[in-house]
Design a protein around this ligand. Sequence first.
Ligand code: ADP
Length: 434
Amino acid sequence: MRHIELAAWLQEHRESLIAQCEQGETSDLSLVDNVLEVARTGQADKIDSTVGQAARQAAAQEIPLDRLLREPQSLKEAIWQELRKDKLTASKTLALIEAVEPIFSRIFQTSTRFYFEASQKMQDALASEIAHLHNQAERKVMDRTADLARANIELSKLEQAKTDFISIAAHELKTPLTLIQGYTSMLHEMGREGDGAVGILEGILRGAERLSNIVEDMLDVSVIDTNALSLRIEAVSLSQFISLVVGQNAHYIQERHLAVHIGDLGSLPRVEIDPRRLHQILGHLLNNAIKYTPDGGDIFIEGRSLPADRSVESGLADSNQFVELAFRDTGIGIAPEDRERIFEKFYRVGQSILHSSSKVKFKGAGPGLGLPIARGLVEAHGGRLWAESPGHDEVNFPGSTFHMLLPVRAVPKAGITVTWVEAPALGESEQQDK
Ligand code: ADP
């Protein structure tokens, strides 16, 4: 029944179909598709709207190339020819469809099988390649991990040997040095005014004192490294200690024509810290600012109190309040790659020839122990110490800033010995104490 209806319909719509199809090359494809579809399904009653819609769609948009290639071209051409000639009968349509369908389905089956086989092969090959690469990578990671573990053991052995050496050397140097200092002091006291030997003895005493400071630094480093530090913690006024340290260095500051500007530190709360260690930390920071700032430069010491929530943001403990101190100078600055390394013991930036030349000479660096000690001591109280600088430049002097965060309530590092000294209620400002 469907072919009779189809033939009748084609006949009836022949003129308009030809006219529609001739509007564009693509239209005939859609048209033929639809004719085939209707021939297959027998739904001739829907043909009118389907063909009209398809023809409009085909005219409006291009039919993709891959679809054109997939179409059984000969079938379409045949139908088209017949349609043009007004000779497309229902039986012809069916015969054409029936002739092409087995070929079409064979092509489809073969290509599907081929596709599945090829994709299976490809999948298998990929899977085995991935497994191979995975095994290789795993083996490499295991080898590297073993190498790293070995290197780590070696490194910690070296580190331990370094710490042991520093400790032994410092202890061995300390005794004879104390004897030299003692006897030289006695000779110095015995010397008479105007005696040439007095000046020489003073020189020996100065040298011995510098040596003694280095030995003390070596002892401190080994004590920090082995977590053998003992702290005597009390609540202290930072501004008093800063004034003290600046006063003690006044001679050097004058000698180098530097200006030290101390900000308003009076309102800072007292912090819990070992006063001897605080003195040491501030001394190292000020001494460095003096050494690495050219004559005529400036040093700024500023402080602020950080509320508990800001302290938490900064990555430090609980709801403790913190005080931030900043030592800013107009000196040679620090290159980005050295900003962390300067906190390693014995790390020295620049030419070692300039080292140990004098305690405050411009760029007269020491043995490279000041910053590791300062950081170790700050961290022992639960604080942080770090450096910021736009870079190292000995012409334009970009300067450096050393920031220190100190907890108002000390959070001593686990394992160290702490003695707490009775102190006034914490959080009180110095102004209240006065
Ligand atoms: P030292 O001063 O004894 O060499 P430190 O540990 O105190 O050792 O400092 C390590 C290095 O950090 C110094 O040699 C110096 O290069 C650099 N440094 C420290 N403070 C400053 C500063 N304020 N400006 C520029 N460089 C600095």
